[in-house]
Design a protein around this ligand. Structure first.
Ligand code: HEC
Ligand code: HEC
Length: 316
């Protein structure tokens, strides 16, 4: 983008109504002693998934011990670069696929990468390396791990992994459901899971992103769906707010050039980023362009806009 246009956009976006940063606690799913859940243990059981030839134990699925994680559907994606499929045990780099999945779908507690602009993705890793992108939440351990990997990566690896994830097609859509009540929740590794059989509770000012099928998600099925429970009216309110975002992120919010797509993405991930722009945890020169738009969002706005964005198709 030309410098003068960028400057004009900053001026427009910088107008009035700045809000104080608003911590979206729901987007972090930080466990408390009351709601902490642990992942099921590997008891040697071998699992399968519909439409996959794969047969894996839980340790093989997650790639425990810096081993390559399961690739359930090798035909869903091109050949992965070594760092994506295998990582590098010598440098303690976990395979990217273990968190972001081979198809780039990711999980609510990390990030979906599929189909984002390659230059954008590479820039994020460089920013993490340079200390220009951190997490506002010191308890978010996987964000610290991500920064550790970025620091360990070479420029060639950054470019190669970014190019890989940029090529991938959109992943399964998130089902957005407006509701007054949600299941009681437990937090497992930064992801909300329903407490079986417990009474429902008010949703209040939260979005709850949770697997449509908990067992499939425990098997890290990259084709499995997520549901985002959102408060009544959030989507329509978000649609109105989104008029502020299209000039940079594209008419359908699908991304424009080196500005990333925000449509069809995890509302938890998006809300954490909006908060990180507000607090300055994301503070690169490009993040400075985004900051004024983030500063105008209240906590309720953040819920509305991320509910609306999650419901959109990634690529129209
Ligand atoms: C332990 C899990 C984990 C692994 C392994 C991992 N990441 Fe990440 N990654 C994360 C988390 C967590 C975030 C973002 C967290 C946040 O800001 O909320 C992230 C964010 C990113 C982003 C920024 C996405 C965006 O939209 O701005 C990129 C790019 C990325 N990772 C690339 C990689 C690559 C390439 C690898 C392999 C070398 C990798 N990651 C391995 C957890 C992981
Ligand atoms: C003036 C241009 C501009 C406007 C207006 C704008 N953005 Fe952005 N946005 C950016 C840029 C540039 C980036 C990339 C920042 C970077 O590279 O760190 C970005 C990044 C983001 C990200 C991070 C995506 C990721 O993968 O981590 C989110 C979320 C986001 N914007 C949401 C919004 C929302 C919601 C609105 C409307 C309320 C909005 N933006 C309005 C320019 C803008």
């Amino acid at each position: 983008m030309k410098a003068r246009l960028a400057f004009a956009l900053i001026l427009i976006a910088g107008a009035a109504w700045a809000q104080a940063p608003s911590y979206p606690d729901w987007a972090y799913a930080i466990a408390t002693p009351q709601n902490a859940a642990t992942a099921p243990k590997d008891d040697g059981t071998v699992f399968t998934l519909p439409g996959s030839q794969g047969k894996f134990t839980r340790s093989q699925i997650s790639g425990a011990g810096l081993k390559p994680p399961a690739d359930w559907y090798p035909n869903d994606h091109p050949t992965m670069p070594a760092l994506v499929s295998t990582g590098d045990p010598k440098r303690a780099i976990t395979a990217c696929a273990s968190c972001h999945y081979p198809n780039g779908k990711g999980r609510p507690q990390n990030a979906g990468l599929a189909g984002l602009n390659a230059e954008y993705l590479a820039r994020q890793m460089r920013d993490m390396k340079a200390g220009l992108r951190t997490s506002s939440e010191p308890r978010k351990r996987n964000a610290q791990q991500m920064i550790f990997y970025a620091k360990a990566m070479t420029e060639a690896e950054i470019a190669e992994t970014a190019a890989y994830y940029a090529l991938l097609p959109p992943t399964v859509p998130i089902k957005v459901v407006e509701t007054a009540a949600v299941p009681q929740l437990r937090s497992q590794d930064g992801m909300w899971l329903p407490v079986e059989g417990a009474p429902y509770e008010q949703i209040g000012a939260r979005i709850i992103e949770t697997p449509a099928d908990v067992e499939r998600e425990q098997l890290r099925d990259p084709r499995a769906h997520f549901i985002a429970y959102v408060p009544a009216g959030a989507v329509a309110k978000g649609q109105a707010l989104a008029a502020r975002c299209t000039m940079c992120h594209g008419e359908k919010l699908e991304g424009r050039g080196i500005i990333p797509g925000i449509a069809g993405r995890s509302p938890s991930y998006l809300a954490r980023q909006l908060y990180d722009f507000q607090t300055g945890a994301r503070r690169s020169p490009m993040a400075a362009m985004m900051k004024p738009a983030a500063m105008k969002l209240s906590g309720a706005d953040m819920i509305a806009i991320t509910a609306y964005l999650a419901a959109l198709p990634m690529k129209p």
